[in-house]
Structure formats: structure tokens, C-alpha cells
Design a protein around this ligand. Structure first.
Ligand code: ZN
Length: 287
């Protein structure tokens, strides 16, 4: 029952964030969360009719209506239920992962509730960032600033919670990569590495490979993840990006000259480290 409530809450938040991302115009008329940008009832983009409450139920409405508008029959993009589903899964699997990582139910300890809530907020922010980057090809500064504040907050209140000496999602293995003694130094190195890595990429590709938005995202994410987690998140982001890019070229949907926004891959890289990083590194070191 508890996990179901979490899932439904995640669906609702996902539905809201999807609307925020769709109505955002890059900050020209209003910032991301302003009532002016997100106010007003939802309507069908095809026939313009205002949607009733039962047409706005996350996931269920889309499935029950067969992905079509009830009035005009126009197809409703799969992006709506997909965005809601991803957010719902974040709400379920983030606390579940914290539970498997620590061996303690996050609901048994106030500190672990804090840790689960922190990661849910971080992933929902990355999710919103991805939706905006896919649609507009930009990463709002406000979201980078939010992630930065979140990272400082986590360092102050939640640092070292995944183990007394290690601040890393890689647990004891993080010792191999050094810099585990001091939390703030560790996080600072993570931020510097993220910034320097993307600064270097932007310099050598003369801004064609990566945008300044990616650099501005890498710094707070480095601060949030610390060392060596940021290194693995960036590595995973490039592997996932290359795989998706090659698949898009192979299916004829993109050309070699086409570009993809990097933000969603960065978010996927962070998720890969969070959910699978420890096991993958453990498997690699064993072989
Ligand atoms: Zn319609």
C-alpha cells in the first residue's frame, strides 16, 4: 500500500512537471515555475477543448482513452504517460535502492527518509531538466542553481550517510579512487572535475560538441555526487548517449551531422551510477 501511494504521488508530480516543461518558453515571458507560465486549465492542443478532471488522471486517462482526445479523436503524444510513468518509478525505486544499499528500510529511520527524499528531489529536478532540454535544447539556470543548493544541503545534512568514511555510491570501492577522507574536499573535487571536463570539451570542439549549459550542469552535479561518482556518471552518460545516437542514425532518424541534447543523457548517467554503479564496479573488479 505504501509503495502504491508513493507511485501515485510520483505519477502526479510527473504530470505536473511535464506541464511545467511544456509551457516553459525559455524564460522569455516567465520563469520556470511562475503562475503565469503554468497557470490556466489544460486543453487539447488539437481541438482546443478544456479537459475535464477525469481526462487529467495521470497514466490512467491516457490508457483508458486509447491515447486519443475524447472530443476530436486526435492522438495524444506518448510523452505524457511516459513522463508520468518515469516520475512514478523514481518515487518507488529511489527509496527501494536506498533500502537495498543500506540494508535498512528508509521509513525506519528519519535520516534515511531524508536521504531518500533528497535523491527523489534530485532525480525529479534532473527529470524536469531533461524534458526542457529535449524540447528547447536549453538547460534553465534556475534548475542548475537549485541542484547546486541541493548539493550544499546534502553535504551539510546528509554527507557520509552511506558509510562513515565513504561519501560515495560506490561504498568501500571508492577508496580505490582516493579523496574519501574529507567530505567537502571530495565534493569540491567532483565539482571542479565536472566543470574542467566540460570546459575542455567545449574548448577543443569550439562549442560545437557541448553547450555552456552542459558545463553549468556538470558543476552542481559534481558537487552533488562527489568524487569518483561524477567521473562514472559522465562516463555512463557518454556510453548511453553514444548508444542512443548510433541507434538513431541506424534507424535513419538522425544523420551524422545531427545533434542530440546532452542533458537527458547526463541524467541517465547519474541514474545508472545510482542504481547500478556499485554492482557494475564490483563485477568488473572481480573479473
Ligand atoms: Zn481534441
Amino acid at each position: 500500500m505504501f509503495w502504491l501511494i508513493l507511485f501515485v504521488l510520483g505519477l502526479a508530480i510527473g504530470s505536473f512537471l511535464n506541464v511545467v516543461a511544456l509551457r516553459y518558453d525559455g524564460g522569455e515571458t516567465a520563469p520556470l515555475f511562475s503562475p503565469r507560465a503554468i497557470g490556466g486549465r489544460s486543453h487539447c492542443p488539437h481541438c482546443g477543448r478544456t479537459l475535464r478532471w477525469f481526462e487529467l488522471v495521470p497514466l490512467a486517462s491516457w490508457i483508458l482513452q486509447g491515447g486519443r482526445c475524447r472530443s476530436c479523436g486526435a492522438g495524444i503524444s506518448i510523452r505524457y504517460p511516459l513522463a508520468e510513468l518515469i516520475s512514478g518509478l523514481v518515487f518507488v525505486f529511489v527509496p527501494w535502492r536506498i533500502m537495498t544499499m543500506t540494508g535498512i528500510s528508509p521509513f525506519g529511520s528519519p535520516l534515511l527518509i531524508g536521504l531518500a527524499a533528497f535523491w527523489i528531489v534530485a532525480f525529479e529536478a534532473l527529470f524536469l531538466m531533461s524534458l526542457v532540454d529535449i524540447r528547447l535544447g536549453i538547460i534553465p539556470d534556475g534548475l542548475n542553481l537549485f541542484l547546486f543548493v541541493l548539493a550544499v544541503f546534502s553535504a551539510i545534512f546528509l554527507g557520509g550517510m552511506l558509510g562513515p568514511a565513504n561519501h560515495s555510491l560506490f561504498g568501500a570501492y571508492s577508496g580505490i579512487f582516493g579523496l574519501q577522507g574529507n567530505l567537502w574536499l571530495n565534493r569540491l573535487v567532483g565539482a571542479l572535475f565536472g566543470g574542467a571536463f566540460f570546459g575542455f570539451l567545449i574548448a577543443v570542439t569550439r562549442g560545437k560538441g557541448m553547450g555552456l549549459g552542459d558545463l553549468k550542469l556538470a558543476v552542481p552535479l559534481g558537487l552533488l555526487l562527489g568524487w569518483p561518482d561524477i567521473l562514472f556518471a559522465i562516463g555512463a552518460a557518454f556510453v548511453i548517449g553514444a548508444a542512443v545516437g548510433l541507434a538513431a542514425i541506424a534507424s535513419g532518424r538522425r544523420t551524422m551531422k545531427g545533434s542530440l541534447p546532452f542533458g537527458p543523457f547526463f541524467a541517465a548517467g547519474v541514474a545508472a551510477v545510482f542504481f547500478f554503479g556499485y554492482q557494475v564496479l564490483q563485477w568488473y573488479l572481480r573479473i
